[in-house]
Design a protein around this ligand. Structure first.
Ligand code: ADP
Ligand code: MN
Ligand code: MN
Ligand code: MN
Length: 333
């Protein structure tokens, strides 16, 4: 029997790219071919030269359709088969290959906010819910909004073979987190984009959408980040490389923050468990630091570090490339 392949790609919308997808019907046993789309409708090409190419790079079981159907993550190429300017995966691959001997691993904490009727799910039509404080990892109908979607998304990720490592309710009403990893740079980013697609797609069935807006509600409400946990083999074996990694990130702080997601200055204010985007510091257990060394890591004198700066709306190919390049270059010296 024929099967369905959902071709998924990252578009050219600026400053924050969106996910797109469409379905291809393939004969039983047929391999996944390259495909095309209208780049003039995705901010990827002008109307008079609208064709862009979809190059399948990763295929997983489709947990929505089931059976033999698959989700197919694609790179976008120009018709001469070179990477499209919106294609950030290739540069990530090059850096991952250059430093493969250091065995970099990433665990990304993706925070997001459910929206219903144009406002965060759980916010009343007028005014505000009770101030934050009880919602983080909360339980109960007065505090928790969207649990059925979260559970369905978790199951979908597991069925798709995504290395999701946990979920939790976040500090703001209607805000949640899932974690992907630890995985190598390209794999963590591929899987994070697929997990994001599944989040939006699962939400459709519940009439609830999700946003990666880094600061969905102004004022005294937490923003949404994508804390990026990172280690190399040397960091997993000793403490000096942990400190060297923090120092290396400090030296390139401006370059990193500029690539950590649009509107980062609205989220990294120095309040709500962040460090100001204009400063760099690191510390053990410090949730107000740019980079946190988890207490267990300080105790064991080995492990990983948490870069707390990336926004929820960051591109994981860019973030994984930058951190790998900056830290692995420094550790190679
Ligand atoms: P937090 O306490 O900041 O909320 P989480 O438990 O949400 O932390 O996320 C921690 C992340 O760190 C997980 O995704 C986990 O897979 C990842 N992680 C654990 N060990 C390592 C490691 N050695 N290298 C990279 N990532 C790691
Ligand atoms: Mn977390
Ligand atoms: Mn969190
Ligand atoms: Mn964290």
């Amino acid at each position: 029997m024929a099967y369905k392949a959902e071709y998924i790609w990252i578009d050219g919308t600026e400053p924050t790219a969106k996910l797109r997808s469409k379905t291809k019907i393939l004969a039983d046993g047929a391999e996944l071919p390259i495909w095309g789309f209208d780049g003039s409708s995705t901010n990827q090409a002008p109307g008079d030269q609208s064709d862009c190419v979809l190059q399948p790079v990763k295929s997983v079981p489709d947990p929505i359709r089931g059976g033999d159907d698959v989700l197919v993550l694609c790179e976008v190429l120009d018709i001469d088969m070179t990477p499209h300017r919106s294609n950030t995966r290739r540069a990530c691959m090059a850096v991952a290959e250059r430093f493969a001997d250091q065995e970099p691993l990433f665990g990304i904490e993706q925070e997001y906010t459910f929206l219903k009727d144009g406002r965060p799910y759980g916010f009343p039509q007028f005014g505000f819910p009770a101030p934050q404080g009880g919602y983080y990892c909360g339980v109960g109908d007065d505090e928790i909004y969207g649990r059925p979607v979260v559970e369905a998304h978790l199951n979908a990720c597991l069925e798709a073979g995504i290395s999701i490592s946990g979920i939790n309710a976040e500090v703001m009403v209607g805000q949640w987190e899932f974690q992907v990893g630890p995985l190598p740079p390209v794999e963590v980013a591929d899987q994070l984009w697929l997990a994001r697609w599944l989040l939006y797609r699962v939400g459709e069935d519940f009439g609830i959408s999700a946003t990666l807006d880094p600061k969905p509600v102004k004022g005294d409400w937490n923003g949404a980040g994508a804390h990026t946990n990172f280690s190399t083999i040397a960091m997993r074996e000793g403490y000096d490389p942990i400190i060297a990694a923090c120092d290396a990130l400090g030296e390139k702080a401006e370059e990193h923050v500029a690539a950590y997601g649009a509107d980062i200055e609205h989220r990294l204010t120095g309040m709500h468990e962040t460090a100001p985007w204009t400063e760099f510091n690191y510390g053990v257990s410090d949730r107000g630091a740019s980079v946190r060394i988890p207490w267990q890591v300080a105790l064991d004198k080995k492990g990983y570090i948490e870069d707390r700066r990336p926004n929820a709306n960051m591109d994981p190919y860019m973030v994984a490339r930058l951190i790998t390049d900056t830290v692995c270059s420094a550790l190679a010296r």
